[in-house]
Design a protein around this ligand. Structure first.
Ligand code: PEP
Ligand code: MG
Length: 968
């Protein structure tokens, strides 16, 4: 015996393997599964439930762990339970005169509809079928039940596919010359039963089991095994249901909906699951068994029809429906059977519903006094809210496409919402087609700032590399364009303008559909459901959420339009304005490039001047002093031209930046706007080195080898680069300057505050622009409130240097313009060292903002741009990581650093404001974590603001209910 099986009962909760329905309740979902727990609850409350018992999920896990072996003694326990059922029903299991029949159904903690197995009519044998015929007075019915049982048992338990039997039904109907199953005569059915059994024997080389306990044992095992079937595994992956929960087995006395026209079966929802309307809906069939509804053999009638044909039972169902809804305080999805005019409830569970219905039902249940506001807010999920804000592909359409093999691949859903359009591989073409009003999906291995115009004109963006904080993802999210990144299954050839996936090729202009929430890419044009404004019910739920949450919700926005949108979605501040996005706009980029290319030389010479000034100051009077003065003057002469040129370029950018800031500060008046000084490595703004090298080599080669073609080649390069004055020499010089700024590891190189320390003129210009804009507004009576954020600080000295620099400009501008501006100066915490010295940093910082994109990158040592396209999918597959830490904050590691930073920062600066602006700021689990850390706010893209508001309320309410801990 395996070790799993020794003393197995000791491992069970309460030492129990099976529970009669009357022994359980709704709270016991962990061991009884959802169905078992609710059947127990309904039994306890006196609803008409056919008696039964549940074998627990714990037994399923033991069975699977033991290599698919039932624990010893379980069979005897099941027999005991059957004896109780026999007594209750006054029938015998396998009895030839008065047989008891049962159903055997799966039921996991979380509903997994249709993923696992069910067996009905169990207990029929050659003998007992006669008893059923006598008892029901309907031989045809009894034989049909037996036929159904053999088919279902053979399929579900023994693995002979049901189509094999359906073929036999067709043959029999043809032989008898009838169309419907119902018309088959007892003689035909008997023939079929014989044929079914022959089929069984031929396939499995054994007789169909005629022992009811063997039937039952095999069925229980089959249900346990079905927990591990491929479709159940896929479903759990998709729904994030843990794989170690196991399924329970419910054994329940059968009642029959197919005993004539006063019998029937159906499914009912307490309210409309599509619209949320308060009206019972569902499907109903007379003279039928449950699987007829599910299998689509007969088309069911709408539930309303039941009111006409069985008014009394309908009324009873309606009353039951109301009571169940009131008891479970939620929309119920119920299964019922009517046996000769008597109603039996076979299942109730919280019903699945559309996002629209979820919101309406939650608000209605509050109005009807069935839910408190808190409960109503808890009823709506972030995912549902997300659906209400973006176009989406209805699940049914997706399922259909999946069945037709049109599901192409799955990447990382980086910007929510769905889009349908023609595949286009170049941004120029996307922009041109977009202008003509054609829907396009821009497909690229990755995007760069040069793609902005194409991205803006696209309905959706799809890349094969990059993660949730790649360029494509950030820009798309900011603009609310659905986007999938890191879809590595797609082999994109820009040259051939094709996508290859598996053995399929998708050509330019073919239609595809993408779901930026789930990351799914589908072939063809799927229908889109488009939400309009937030519905009044959604606004109500969000207002209630606001009254419960402790966290502020800010938005990440880089321009006035996004700021406006953020406000309309309820943001009460800007948590991150990335100034580099302003630099990247097409009309500014040439000035920015020129400025950057001139910065190193000008700043280097300026540093020389400073050194020589110090030499001069320190030199003794006389020859030494004269020499020092000469050296200083010579250096000042050398500096003059490059410095003036550099300053003139910065001076061109100053008014442009000022205008940017003025727009955002004005849009957010009365609220804080956190503006981050320049962050990325400078070469991100420069022309690509490899492309320059190609053009220079091409021109050099042609010049030497085929001078006659030189002018033509030069013209081509000029055309491609859009610069009519370009020469080989200017290109060589550009290449040299770009090469001189090359870094091997730019994300750890001269970026963030390091850039501002090496090139202080850039930060000074930005600070000046911020304060000039704010002063202008304050003068006009607008309450402008900038917070200047220094990125990537890791030492106190960096903080002091940059703070002084900003303070200098702030003082200067305020004095010059004669007004004071409320402002703060703080830093991002996005390096482990920053978190570890947070106590020091907070002495010179008014606020911290967690840049969890970089903090995750630097804590794990994972490149955030490369992870999604390389090891992350493998890590997730192999369960090295449970979730992608770039999407959900890693509480254990990154979270620990955050905790240290909050605690130690607030110790030295009790007024320290702390927030988060990494992508995690709009992700519900991370928002919950931020709540536990007692941050002041979370900041996320404008479209995620409502989700963050709801998630912040959920966190506060869960804490109140004792369900939240910071280490979960
Ligand atoms: C971060 O690092 O979390 C952040 C917000 O900055 P960025 O993504 O721009 O580096
Ligand atoms: Mg960062």
């Amino acid at each position: 015996m395996t070790t799993t099986m020794q003393n197995w009962r000791e491992k069970l909760t309460n030492g129990k393997a099976t529970y009669k329905f009357e022994e359980g309740n709704a709270k016991m979902r962990d061991i009884l599964g959802g169905k078992g727990a609710n059947l127990a609850e309904m039994t306890r409350l006196g609803f008409p439930v056919p008696p039964g018992f549940t074998v627990t999920t714990e037994v399923c896990n033991l069975y699977l762990e033991a290599g698919k072996k039932l624990p010893p003694g379980l069979e005897d326990e099941i027999k005991e339970q059957m004896k109780v059922l026999e007594e209750k029903m006054g029938k015998g299991f396998g009895d030839a005169k008065n047989p008891l029949l049962v159903s055997v159904r799966s039921g996991a903690k979380f509903s997994m509809p249709g993923m696992m197995d069910t067996i009905l009519n169990l207990g029929l044998t050659e003998e007992s079928v006669k008893g059923l015929a006598a008892l029901s007075g309907d031989e045809r019915f009894a034989l049909d039940a037996y036929r159904r049982f053999i088919q279902m048992f053979s399929d579900v338990v023994m693995g002979i596919h049901k189509t094999e039997f359906e073929e036999l039904i067709r043959e029999q109907k043809k032989k008898q010359g009838c169309k419907e199953d119902r018309e088959l005569t007892p003689a035909s059915l008997r023939e079929m039963i014989a044929a079914y059994k022959a089929k069984f024997k031929a396939e499995l080389k054994r007789d169909f089991p005629d022992d009811v306990f063997e039937q039952l044992k095999l069925s229980v095992e089959a249900v346990f095994r079905s927990w591990d079937n491929p479709r159940a595994n896929v479903y759990r992956e998709r729904e994030k249901i843990p794989h170690n929960l196991g399924t329970a087995v419910n054994v329940q006395c059968m009642c029959f909906g197919n005993l004539g026209e006063d019998s029937g079966t159906g499914v009912a929802f307490t309210r409309n699951y599509n619209t949320g309307e308060k009206h019972m809906v569902g499907d109903f069939l007379t003279n039928a068994q449950g699987e007829d509804v599910v299998a689509g053999i007969r088309t069911p009638m709408p539930l309303d029809h039941m009111k006409e044909v069985m008014p009394e039972v309908y009324k009873q169902l309606e009353e039951t429906s109301e009571k169940l809804e009131l008891h479970f305080k939620d929309l119920q999805d119920m299964e019922f059977t009517i046996e000769k005019g008597r109603l039996f409830m076979l299942q109730t569970r919280n019903g699945k519903r559309t996002a629209q219905a979820a919101v309406r039902i939650a608000t209605d249940l509050f109005k009807e006094g069935k839910l408190t506001k808190e409960e109503a807010v808890m009823r709506v999920t972030g995912e549902q809210l997300d659906r209400l804000l973006h176009p989406y592909i209805p699940d049914a359409a997706k399922e259909e496409a999946r069945k037709e093999g049109r599901m192409l691949a799955k990447g990382t859903g980086a910007s929510p919402g769905a889009a349908v359009g023609m595949v286009v591989f170049s941004s120029d073409e996307a922009a041109a087609m977009g202008k003509e009003g054609k829907p396009v999906i821009l497909v690229r291995p990755e995007t760069t700032p040069d793609d902005a115009h194409g991205m803006l004109a696209s309905k959706g963006i799809l890349t094969s590399t990059g993660g949730p904080s790649s360029h494509a993802a950030l820009v798309a999210r900011g603009w609310g364009i659905p986007c999938i990144v890191g879809c590595e299954a797609l082999k994109i050839s820009l040259k051939d303008e094709t996508i290859k996936v598996g053995d399929r090729t998708i050509n330019k202009h073919e239609m595809i559909s993408i779901d930026g929430s789930s990351g799914e890419v589908l072939l063809g044009q799927l229908p889109l459901q488009v939400p309009t404004d937030l519905s009044p019910e959604t606004k109500t739920i969000l207002e209630w959420a606001d009254s419960f949450r402790k966290l502020g919700v800010y938005a990440n926005a880089d321009n006035p339009k996004d700021a406006q949108r953020a406000r309309s979605f309820g943001a009460t501040g800007i948590g991150l304005c990335r100034t580099e996005h302003m630099f990247m706009e097409q009309d500014r980029l040439p000035i920015v490039q020129e400025m950057i290319l001139n910065a190193p030389e000008a700043e280097r010479l300026m540093r020389q001047v400073h050194l020589l000034e110090m030499d001069y100051e320190g030199a003794a009077e006389g020859r030494k002093k004269d020499e020092a003065r000469h050296a200083l003057e010579a250096m000042k002469d050398r500096l003059k031209k490059p410095w003036e040129h550099y300053q003139s370029l910065l001076a061109k950018l100053l008014p442009v930046q000022r205008e940017d800031f003025r727009g955002i500060l004005e849009a957010m008046q009365g609220h804080w706007v956190i503006i981050r000084l320049l962050d990325p490595p400078l070469h991100e703004f420069l022309p690509a080195k490899d492309e320059l090298l190609v053009d220079v080599t091409r021109l050099q080669t042609v010049k030497q080898a085929a001078p006659g073609s030189y002018d033509k080649t030069l013209a081509e390069v000029r055309e491609e680069r859009g610069d009519a004055r370009l020469t080989l020499e200017s290109l060589e010089s550009l290449l040299q300057r770009v090469e001189s700024m090359h870094e091997f590891n730019p994300m750890l190189g001269c970026r963030v505050c390091r850039l501002g320390i090496v090139y202080p003129e850039i930060y000074k210009m930005q600070a000046r622009a911020i304060f000039e804009a704010a002063c202008e507004l304050v003068k006009k009576g607008v309450d402008a409130r900038p917070e200047v954020m220094i990125p990537g600080v890791g030492t106190l000295e960096e903080m002091e240097f940059t703070r002084k620099l900003v303070e200098g400009e702030a003082a200067d501008v305020q004095k010059r313009m004669g007004v004071q501006v409320k402002h703060k100066i703080g830093t991002m915490v996005e390096l482990p060292r920053a978190a570890l010295v947070a106590g020091d940093l907070a002495t010179r910082a008014d606020f911290f903002s967690f840049g969890t994109n970089d903090l995750t990158q630097t804590t794990f040592g994972y490149s955030r741009d490369d992870a999604a396209g390389t090891f992350m999918p493998v890590y997730l597959d192999k369960k090295i990581l449970k979730v992608d830490p770039f999407q959900v904050v890693d509480r254990v590691g990154v979270g620990r650093l955050m905790k240290i930073a909050v605690e130690e920062g607030r110790q030295t600066n009790p007024n320290l404001e702390v927030g988060i602006c990494g992508e995690h700021g709009g992700e519900p689990e991370s928002v919950e974590f931020c709540h536990t850390l007692k941050l002041n706010y979370v900041s996320c893209s404008p479209f995620r603001v409502p989700i963050a508001r709801l998630a912040a309320a959920h966190a506060a309410l869960k804490e109140k209910m004792g369900e939240v801990s910071s280490t979960k």
